[in-house]
Design a protein around this ligand. Structure first.
Ligand code: BOM
Length: 143
């Protein structure tokens, strides 16, 4: 279902406002969270990694060592319409990305690398949401 990843991203993105200040992620570096899926989005600001860490914490998706909490993450994804279709696959993709960057001790940088890797895996598997769909929904929600 092409809507699942869109819904999960917009849901997860709700925490961005709460995390901007503590992560120092300015609107110049990321205007809205769904821009994550743009083709030309660059993963270069450590602050984005810090923001994703903060947002994940907000939904209780991290362990004490700032790794993904598998059960909580699966349940979080399942809480969206048809989330059960992608929950296992997303947890596995994130975990396999985590393993690739486990040597990175800085949590913000590691999470940024994991996020970029996760996006790449989603694009490869054809489960990345389309930007047009994201924009439309985002604008509809704001009205
Ligand atoms: O090891 C730290 C785990 C953090 C993983 C972060 C990957 C997620 C990137 C952000 C994209 C989010 C889209 C949907 C939310 C998935 C839970």
């Amino acid at each position: 279902d092409i809507n699942v990843m869109k819904d999960v991203t917009l849901g997860f993105g709700q925490a961005l406002d709460k995390c901007r200040e503590e992560s120092q992620l300015t609107e110049e570096k990321m205007e809205e969270f769904f821009h994550f899926w743009r083709d030309d989005f660059k993963f270069e600001h450590r602050e984005l990694g810090c923001a994703i860490q903060c947002m994940s914490r907000h939904f209780n998706l991290l362990t004490d060592s700032s790794r993904m909490h598998h059960d909580n993450t699966e349940k979080f994804i399942q809480s969206f319409p048809n989330g059960e279709v992608l929950a296992r696959q997303m947890v596995e993709l994130i975990h396999s990305c985590e393993k690739q960057f486990d040597h990175e001790d800085d949590h913000c940088w590691r999470i940024l690398h994991v996020a970029e890797c996760f996006k790449g895996s989603c694009v490869q598997r054809g489960i990345a949401p389309s930007m047009e769909l994201m924009m439309t929904e985002f604008i509809m929600e704001a009205e």
